[in-house]
Design a protein around this ligand. Sequence first.
Ligand SMILES: CC(C)(COP(=O)(O)OP(=O)(O)OC[C@H]1O[C@@H](n2cnc3c(N)ncnc32)[C@H](O)[C@@H]1OP(=O)(O)O)[C@@H](O)C(=O)NCCC(=O)NCCS
Length: 399
Amino acid sequence: MTAETRPRYAHLTGWGRYAPAGVLTNADLERMVDTSDEWIVSRTGIRERRVAAAHETTASMAAVAALRAIAVAGIKPEDVDLILLATLTPDYWMPATAALVKEAIGNTKATAMDLAAACSGFVYGYATAQAYITSGMAKHVVVIGAELLTRFLDYTDRNTCILFGDGAGAVVLSASDEPGGGLGIELTTEPQGAYMIWLPSGGSKSPPSAATIARGEHFIRMEGRETYRFATRTLATTALAAIEHAGLQPDDISLIIPHQANVRIIEAVAKGLDLSMDRMFVNVDRYGNTSAASIPIALAEAANSGRIKVGDRIVIVAFGAGFTSGAVAIQWTADPVRGALGDAVSPDSVHVRPPVDWDSVDPIPDALAEILARPGRVPLDLSNVVPGEPEPAAHPALR
Ligand SMILES: CC(C)(COP(=O)(O)OP(=O)(O)OC[C@H]1O[C@@H](n2cnc3c(N)ncnc32)[C@H](O)[C@@H]1OP(=O)(O)O)[C@@H](O)C(=O)NCCC(=O)NCCS
């Protein structure tokens, strides 16, 4: 392929999301740690988060979101030639979870790999997909953000366990010679923040053992205030750099889709860009922080609820462990009404092949299983849940 025949643009042609049915409310957390709904809502904006059932994994959630994005793009799974899965909670250390997703969606030809950049992972994946497409190495790329964070949280640590939830989102990027798609990209990595959010054990520095588990080193740790400072300092500047790389001004952007970590952080981005909150997409109240999944879930909800029109310029912007941050300014070209096509994909029809002669121990943390099984709650059978979805707001054109 010569420079003349390379596609010049990577359009966002498909989007989809998957949220597990289990809901963990602030009232549930009040029974587990010394916290209150009032504290959580006022400091973070979070009211509830989703919890994957025992039979669900990062791969299974990712595969549903990917198939939905593929349906919206109007292509076949076999048309995809690269699968990028951003996650900090893979099913296994190896193989890559993306390989399991490739099989589950029925694709035989794609290159499939995982990408680790924590909560910025989806944006890093988006940038990588764009580079593959505009270099001519791929025509259709699926970028997925999927996380199963509730299995890596210490439900005695009120600083962290209130923040995170489970879910998956995906987009399809497709080669085109027509202008549109990603117009400006900015990615940053600041390793001074490396130990501000981290998970100490399980890697080669400290392999898992009875001792590391006794020390609780298999759970996420976080310096909340330092992370908050980094986020408020960095998100607006990263978004602004992407907007400027696109040759635009903040006022040209109709919707910012920020990483959903904390509504106060989102308010700081709006202030930093001198934009009103009605240009910020917010759903952190319903999902909490789903790390790499948060932006593609939010993007799918924004498109399906009529917040994005053809021709709009939007920005996705994230920050996360590393510290990392990333933003892409995107010109939207797909008909948002196509989002309804993703509904045809039922989670029941998607299967991730399990290993032979091996099964995990019950993956749900005891504290969570106890809360989710309490009488009076919407019953959640942890062994065999048929996952459902929050009702998407109907697009005006679909009413
Ligand atoms: C975590 C976060 C919500 C805490 O809010 P904050 O206003 O900074 O609160 P602080 O950490 O200063 O804690 C204030 C007090 O509340 C307490 N507290 C912490 N978590 C609490 C909880 N869930 N419920 C009640 N009290 C809590 C603290 O112990 C502290 O008490 P003290 O003053 O007696 O020591 C906020 O720092 C934050 O959002 N940080 C960024 C986190 C993030 O986005 N992480 C993901 C990155 S991708």
